[in-house]
Design a protein around this ligand. Sequence first.
Ligand code: ZN
Length: 236
Amino acid sequence: MHQQTAKTLVATQVCSLCKTEVEGALSSHFKVAHTVKSFEKAILSDVDKGAPDVEIGRKYGITFRYLEKLITRAKGVNVGFVKHKKVKTLEPNIDNLLSDNEISIIKYNLGEQIDSNLVKGKNIFCTEKYVEGVTKATDNKLKKFDLIIFKNFYTNYLFEINFYSTEGTKIGINQNEYIALHNNIKQNFKGSKFHWITDGNYWLTSQGEKRFLNLLNYFGTIYNINFFMENINNFK
Ligand SMILES: [Zn+2]
């Protein structure tokens, strides 16, 4: 106990790779002893374990901006956004619980898959998972959702999250997929609802605005990041 306190005071870190005790942040140690790649891998592994930003920043000697960029580069902007930053008011994220139980396909009632006492009464969510039976119209394969928010263990809200900086072919493809998905879920999965969260400068262009207004006919509501965050209590 005493030793622990002393360690904290001089801010000693143990390198996860070579187990060397390092004084101060790990960034300089990694620079000398390891590769940049292994440095990033160590950081991302702590992110996956759910370590708080502040702690990671201090441990590795990196800024929040660096951390954010790293996560985005490694995991894509969608996951970076969800995992890391904005959805924290919905805690807890049960990704670790799911991976411990080797669950990547969620049943409509998650209570059949995990011990419901573990997360009873909590606003649980997970990222990058499939939902049993929910497939894409394009290839009939299961759809991986960027974010799933549960209500009493049911997969109530299914989200796709994308960013568009310019108009490309991708948006047309995505748009058609999501319209089909939205209709499929509406017709066949009564307890669940699909939502599209999308953001980026593209939507501010005149083309983007036109497309957005048209899409409202299909989706009713489309969220951008801020609008989603303002309304997050509606998803609890
Ligand atoms: Zn080391």
